[in-house]
Design a binder for this molecule. Structure first.
Ligand code: GLC
Length: 509
């Protein structure tokens, strides 16, 4: 949202900006748009700290702008999914302010409070996702409150039915405004262990160590993945279904079995699988990360595939940067787009963007403070057109810098060039639409030459070369899609280059 398009020259993207760029998405072949939070917020975590769930922050526009965006999206056949943030709110939300001001207020139990441990420290050993303890002492009452993210993002108490009732109203508010679904932030963690037991710790880790190191030092038995969360989504689903709306969980768990657990029952329709963000460009890891999720999640169609997001370095950067990284990112997307489930692209992925360059002085992400790697690089503004501001904004200074974009990175330049990343991603999306067998269930993994990651979907053969050498393809047929733009037919002896992916309609023997 902040980095898509700025309509009022304040340097921050907004709702009217998104509405003005919908044709780009339509032309790419997108049919569902998810926008990050636009609610009133102190913006400590850029809108993921919500202070009013039923309004629009003036920075992003107004409810009228929102309604207009929904109408414009629908007019282009795009479904609109909004980001709902139920795990925590802002410490400036009325609920939390009242809970602090009056410990006897009914809002106190909207949050999770505990007295200090015997030594005066936090009540248990839980860590925040952003590093440091997951508890902050509230001086007025002398009690700690829980926050799995920043101290400014107190966790809501989902064991209190009043919290659920509030959120049912919030869902209904937005459904009545025409939204087609929700991306549910931190979907795996709403309910916490009743006794708030200590997580099992494998090794010592300092409270100021890199955040992911801190998180990985524990078995998260009690703070995430509690089954009670699923009951909540079953009730949400009955609300959503009355409006034909979809529930997509931000299920940021890195074990496929835990993802499968979060997708059981009649709750979430889909859940994101984030493990691909943590693999190298290496055939065994690529095949493992895909087959692992497909083997665990039933019935092979509930996975939301992603390789980039606003929270992690972009795929093209992770896979080597430059044109090498771009090629590999497209090849990886080719695999994802040919699997059962729902693939998502993160803005700019279709332009082959690598992370923008953000200097120490320009950093904005609170998570980037200290030793942890921040999320600014993947969040720099969209390059729409060559020229100052790159068509993103008329402001002299944007909230994050453009970060070293080149003219050939822009949407305008790429739309004019049939060989561009834009046109290749567009062809990939079209491929998925024209071949229903790519969308249905059932993947047959295929042991091909070392270095290739290959599978079949009916008559369609999909492979990516994640090795170092050119490799004979081993199948004969018509090329439906290739990351390098080749067309025509292939012979068994045709070579596939390192970093290339190809989709072939096999000749029947
Ligand atoms: C999710 C969001 C991330 C945010 C966090 C806390 O992981 O994607 O951007 O900081 O939740 O709400």
């Amino acid at each position: 949202m902040r980095s898509f398009a700025d309509s009022d020259a304040d340097g921050v993207g907004d709702l009217a900006g998104v509405a003005g760029r919908l044709d780009h998405l339509r032309d790419l072949g997108v049919d569902l748009l998810w926008i990050t939070p636009f609610y009133p917020s102190p913006m400590v975590d850029f809108g993921y700290d919500v202070s009013d769930y039923c309004d629009v922050d003036p920075l992003f526009g107004s409810l009228r702008d929102f309604d207009r965006l929904v109408a414009e999206a629908h007019a282009r056949g795009l479904r609109m999914v909004i980001d709902i943030v139920p795990n925590h709110c802002s410490d400036q939300h009325r609920w939390f302010r009242e809970a602090v001001a009056d410990p006897d207020s009914s809002y106190r139990d909207y949050f999770i409070w505990r007295p200090p441990a015997a030594d005066g420290g936090p009540p248990n050993n839980w860590r925040s996702n952003f590093g440091g303890p997951a508890w902050t002492l509230e001086p007025l009452s002398g009690e700690y409150y829980l926050h799995l993210f920043l101290p400014e993002q107190p966790d809501l108490n989902w064991r209190n039915p009043a919290v659920e009732a509030e959120f049912i109203e919030i869902l209904e508010f937005w459904l009545a405004r025409g939204v087609d679904g929700f991306r549910i932030d931190v979907a795996h963690a709403l309910v916490k262990d009743l006794e708030l037991r200590d997580n099992v710790q494998h090794r010592d880790v300092a409270l100021d160590a890199p955040r992911r190191e801190q998180w990985a030092a524990f078995d998260h038995l009690y703070d995430v993945g509690q089954v009670g969360t699923l009951d909540i989504y079953e009730r949400w689903r009955s609300v959503a279904e009355g409006h034909d709306a979809v529930l997509i969980g931000e299920t940021y768990v890195l074990e496929a079995s835990l993802l499968a657990r979060m997708l059981r029952g009649d709750g979430l329709h889909l859940g994101f699988w984030f493990k691909p963000m943590f693999i190298d460009w290496e055939p065994e890891q690529i095949r493992g990360v895909l087959s692992n999720a497909l083997d665990e999640v039933d019935p092979n169609s509930m996975i939301s595939w992603v390789s980039s997001s606003h929270d992690d370095p972009r795929a093209a950067t992770r896979f080597g940067g430059g044109d090498l990284g771009r090629e590999r990112a497209l090849a990886f997307s080719t695999l994802l787009f040919c699997l059962p489930g729902l693939p998502f692209l993160y803005q700019g992925e279709e332009l082959g963007l690598v992370d923008g360059i953000v200097t120490e002085d320009e950093k904005a992400d609170p998570v980037g403070a200290g030793v942890s790697l921040g999320r600014d690089g993947c969040r720099t503004p969209m390059p729409w057109e060559p020229g100052p501001g790159f068509g993103f904004s008329d402001a002299v200074r944007t909230w994050l810098p453009h970060g070293g974009r080149r003219d050939e990175d822009t949407a305008r330049a790429q739309r004019a060039d049939p060989q561009s990343w834009f046109h290749r991603f567009r062809a990939l999306i079209a491929l998925r639409k024209t071949h229903p067998e790519l969308r249905g269930p059932g993947v047959e993994w295929f042991e091909s030459a070392e270095g290739l990651v290959s599978f079949r979907r009916g008559e369609i053969f999909v492979t990516a070369n994640a090795g170092e050498q050119r490799i004979p393809l081993g199948v004969e047929g018509d090329v439906l899609f290739s990351t390098t733009g080749r067309t025509g037919t292939t012979a068994e002896s045709s070579f596939i280059e390192p970093g290339e992916a190809i989709v072939v309609l096999e000749k029947s023997p």
